[in-house]
Design a protein around this ligand. Structure first.
Ligand SMILES: *Cc1c(COP(=O)(O)O)cnc(C)c1O
Length: 417
């Protein structure tokens, strides 16, 4: 045993599991809409000696000595985030998207204040006020839903709900709403009822950065995001806000709800944001959205219904009830995983099964686009998905799709090109 043993010498069990996970990612299609492959440069930045450094505070105002280099790194991450999203102020310290939302709530709300947000089963997020989350425990939450027949948000009924409930904050943004979020309309409602507007762009950071999804910065007091999803900058969170809220937001993150920042992850964010500012990133995000559109069309061509009839974003939410009434989301998830296509079961509007079973699956394209795939490959993947959904218990079908998936993965490697 010595201090400088290699990873595999020091801990073969963990090292082997990490290698196996890397292999799993390389040899399957990661279609969980919130996942992506971070560029090697981001992984390299994250696995550094920055993990050793304490830097409570913010660049130029730390509680510890020796912060000159981490100050430079965090400032680069802040400046690039501001440029990427056109924001006045950025806080890049939240450890996750949930911590970013906590930071915003703590900045301007008191326990017991009222929040109006999209319900989890209609595409919202736990941190938007679910009873199992701190946000549901601390605040008085009411939720809006999508229309069961169209799958779209009805902004007029959202406005009526807001007038009646008189919330202190309205949260827009989602994890599983396949249509463009009309942040301008939510912003107008928030103005009318005198509420703060928090726009959570966790899933769509990359699409907002390149203008493929409307940018809420103009229409919201606060914008939060995760950095590991479409912007593929490594695991973490982000808060953007107007200059006026800078001190409140910064104080709510540290010391309000976190201790020392994860500077290795802040370095990952800095590197990822730099890459997202490059022209290639725009082309990448276009393939995400075009691929999801091609996937939706392929599926609906086989009668497999995308909720809302299609997608404006990076994933398709499939409602299996018409095409495959006996197949649950959980069963579809299992059969697809056997075939090397990793998706997640998801509730659908008007859901009749439990959240552990569900009648839908959510199928995302960001990781496939990172591998270089485009519309043609997503059409192929759509055909493979339909084959599995049509015969989830047929071993020969599943094996044959698994083979086709392996071939695709070899043709489009992630890290081992
Ligand atoms: C993923 C997600 C988050 C939370 O991100 P974590 O980093 O997992 O905490 C918050 N809001 C929405 C809408 C999300 O989709």
């Amino acid at each position: 045993m010595s201090f400088d043993e290699s990873f595999s010498e020091a801990d073969p069990a963990v090292a082997e599991a990490v290698a196996a996970e890397r292999d799993r990612q390389e040899s399957t299609l990661m279609m969980i809409a919130s996942e992506n492959h971070a560029p090697p440069a981001v992984l390299a930045a994250q696995g550094t000696a920055l993990t050793n450094k304490y830097a409570e505070g913010y660049p130029g105002e730390r509680y510890y000595a020796g912060c000159q280099h981490v100050d430079e790194i965090e400032q680069l991450a802040i400046d690039r985030a501001k440029e990427l999203f056109g924001a006045d102020h950025a806080n890049v310290q939240p450890h996750s998207g949930t911590q970013a939302n906590m930071g915003v709530y703590f900045a301007v709300l008191e326990p017991g204040d009222r929040i109006l947000s999209l319900s989890l089963s209609h595409g919202g997020h736990l941190s938007h006020g679910h009873s199992a989350n701190f946000s549901g425990n601390l605040y008085d939450v009411e939720q809006y839903e999508v229309e069961a027949d169209t799958g779209y948000i009805d902004y007029d009924s959202l406005a009526a709900h807001a007038r009646e409930f008189d919330p202190d904050m309205i949260v827009s943004g989602s994890s599983a709403y396949p249509r463009e979020f009309e942040f301008d309309r939510v912003g107008a409602v928030a103005d009318e009822v005198g509420a703060y507007h928090l726009a959570d762009i966790a899933h769509i950071t990359g699409l907002v950065a390149t203008g493929l999804h409307a940018n809420p910065v103009e229409h919201a007091d606060f914008v939060t995001g995760s950095t590991h999803k479409t912007v593929r900058s490594g695991r973490g969170g982000l808060i953007l806000c107007d200059e006026a809220y800078t001190d409140d937001v910064d104080a709510a993150v540290f010391p309000g709800s976190q201790g020392g920042p994860l500077l290795h992850n802040v370095a990952g964010k800095a590197v990822g944001f730099k890459k997202a500012l490059e022209p290639e990133f725009e082309e990448y995000t276009r393939r995400i959205v075009d691929g999801a559109t091609a996937l939706a069309e392929t599926l609906s061509g086989h009668g497999v219904a995308p909720v809302s009839g299609g997608t404006d974003k990076h994933f398709v939410l499939v409602d299996l009830r018409e095409s495959h009434p006996d197949l649950t989301g959980a069963e579809a998830e299992d059969a697809l995983e056997e075939a090397g296509i990793v998706v997640n079961k998801n509730t659908v509007p008007g859901e009749t099964r439990s959240p552990f079973v569900t009648s839908g699956i959510r199928i995302g394209t960001p990781a496939l686009a990172t591998r270089g795939m485009d519309t043609e490959e997503l059409e192929t993947v759509g055909e493979l998905i339909v084959r599995v959904l049509d015969a989830p218990d047929d071993e020969r079908t599943v094996e044959s799709v698994r083979g086709a998936v392996r071939d695709l993965c070899e043709e489009y490697p992630v890290y081992d090109s």
